[in-house]
Design a protein around this ligand. Structure first.
Ligand SMILES: [Zn+2]
Length: 557
């Protein structure tokens, strides 16, 4: 650390992050020894840097021996293999008092220390994230661990919690049987199940809702405990960015709850490729901006020199609060530091983007079906999201955001994938269209938009032109490859009078495919050339720009 800190400072970073592990601090029950991290803080003080620790209490590699070997150690168990690991189950409640005490003690020791820049919460997951166990490693005392992306809901506590949740929702077993098409004699007969085995749509959605809701509420409790322990401290939740059900993170819920507690969200999975990065982090950043939660960014792994530019551009065009690097990403690549030095100062001009177009985030379809995005590297949804980004800058809008009134902020709603949603969401979209909104919907390959119960009457009415003051534009062609659909959407947008002038001008920019634009609230146009060659860019007013490969530029209006 002593060797690295002068370079960290010289490159313009404000602080460093370290993993604060439960077993490093509470070596015997109730006795807290902070000397290791005090030494870290003293060193940071000497270099004029600040501290942004990640607090990890429930992940396997952070368990103190006294807890690991006790009766209270209750790990997650997967439904796929009925095997458990040492990452603490969020369903049992046995760990709660230890987490709360740890956060309180941390707050007492560091909450007022000037070095503290903020804290990052690590409520669960392999490493300390707001999610279930996934691909990864790091078992207890660095030993092996049974882990995979899957459903960690087989332990007895999870079964009991699921039954309680269903009883609350349905009240009587007859009502549940009706919704699920089952013949249970009582709630006691119900067990957790792999979602793909559910015959009825409602059964599968209920499981997914409960599974995701459980993680959301666990993370919210962590944030509440942290806020209580540190009333004035910057607090960030640690989360990925897109939403396969197994991962369990609901970014809309999380953005809303963190905003309520005066906290933010760190997105931990940035990719090196700009368009890919956009597709997998824009859901979370759209929700964070809508609810008012500050954003931080972290790479998911490998970092290249062009990735430095991609991540800076993402931060620049989202008005992000902080940007994190594992030092090896930056220092281990001899071109990355040069790219950083050349471009990082542009962050001084970062701002929120001006966005008129939202793409529908198909939460219900994601819960019903693995096809939209469970398999990140095989997802047509994400590939289409990337293709559309070439045509314009846009947000995602989730079903919860629509429930909370987000559609009113946008003039256009584009569907990329997803043909099923809850009735109240469909009715809300219909009201927004009738009030003047424009909806663009591809009817291939899954047909018209319908409710979970299969009712298409609203989209049938749209089909017949009953759209009030708004419009519904159907795309009848094959939406794959996504570039065809993106071109169609851009051409339709160019004809729309309802977009703001700066967006209309940007839609007229003549540019290569992998050049991206974003209109910022500070009046600047942010451009990124992610091509291997110099790009010739012609703006709507006739100005021409030549941008070298993997460079950004900010242009005045
Ligand atoms: Zn398993």
């Amino acid at each position: 650390m002593r060797n690295l800190l002068p370079l960290v400072r010289a490159l313009g970073f404000g602080g460093i992050e370290s993993y604060v592990k439960w077993n490093f601090v509470e070596r015997s029950p109730g006795l807290f020894d902070w000397s290791f991290y005090d030494a870290v803080n003293d060193e940071l003080d000497r270099h004029g840097l600040r501290w942004f620790p990640l607090l990890i209490v429930g992940s396997a590699y952070t368990l103190p021996a006294w807890f690991h070997d006790s009766e209270e150690n209750a790990g997650f168990e997967c439904l796929e293999h009925r095997m458990r690991n040492d990452i603490q189950s969020i369903f049992c409640g046995l760990q709660d008092r230890y987490v709360e005490r740890f956060l309180a003690e941390f707050g007492r020791h560091y909450g007022r220390r000037k070095t503290l820049l903020g804290v990052r919460l690590g409520p669960s997951g392999n490493y300390g994230e707001a999610q279930y166990p996934a691909r990864g490693d790091w078992g207890y005392q660095w030993g092996p661990i049974h882990t995979h992306i899957g459903y960690w809901a087989a332990d007895a506590c999870a079964q009991r919690r699921f039954r309680e949740w269903l009883r609350e929702r349905y009240r009587s077993i007859e009502a549940l049987n009706q919704a699920w098409g089952e013949r249970y004699g009582s709630f006691e007969e119900i067990t957790t199940f792999l979602p793909a085995t559910a015959l009825a749509r409602r059964k599968r959605i209920d499981f997914a809702d409960w599974y995701m809701d459980s993680m959301s509420r666990w993370c919210e409790r962590w944030a509440e405990w942290a806020r209580q322990a540190m009333p004035e401290t910057v607090i960030h939740q640690s989360s990925g960015g897109w939403v396969p059900v197994e991962i369990g993170t609901d970014y809309s819920f999380q953005a809303r709850s963190m905003a309520r507690l005066g906290g933010g969200i760190r997105l931990t999975n940035e990719s090196d490729n700009y368009a890919d990065n956009f597709a997998i982090t824009r859901m979370a950043s759209s929700a964070a901006r809508f609810y008012g939660a500050p954003l931080g960014y972290e790479p998911g792994g490998f970092g290249s020199a062009r990735g430095v530019i991609a991540r800076l551009y993402n931060m620049l065009t989202n008005g992000g609060e902080h940007l994190f690097y594992y030092h090896a990403n930056l220092f281990g690549n001899d071109q990355a530091i040069d790219a950083w030095l050349e471009a990082a100062s542009l962050l001084e001009e970062r701002a929120r983007p001006v966005i008129d177009v939202a793409a529908f985030y198909p939460d219900t379809t994601i819960k019903l079906d693995d096809e939209p995005l469970r398999f990140r590297w095989g997802s047509v949804f994400l590939v289409k999201a990337q293709a559309l980004r070439s045509a314009l800058d846009y947000d995602f809008v989730s079903e919860q955001m629509i429930d909370d009134g987000a559609l009113e902020r946008y003039r256009v709603l584009v569907f990329l994938w997803g043909y099923v949603t809850e009735r109240r969401i469909l009715e809300r979209i219909d009201r927004w269209v009738r009030a003047g909104g424009t909806l663009i919907y591809p009817t291939q390959p899954r047909g018209l938009l319908e409710t979970v119960e299969g009712d298409q009457s609203i989209s049938q009415r749209w089909r017949q032109g009953e759209t009030g003051k708004g419009r519904v534009i159907f795309y009848p062609g094959d939406p794959v490859p996504g570039e065809y659909y993106a071109r169609f959407v851009r051409n339709e947008l160019r004809r729309l009078g309802s977009l703001r002038p700066q967006i209309r001008r940007a839609l007229e920019i003549d540019k290569p495919e992998f050049v991206y634009w974003s209109v910022l609230e500070n009046g600047r146009l942010a451009l990124l050339n992610f091509e291997d060659e110099q790009a010739l860019i012609r703006l709507e007013d006739g100005r021409q720009l030549r941008l070298p490969p993997y460079r950004m530029a900010l242009v005045g209006e």
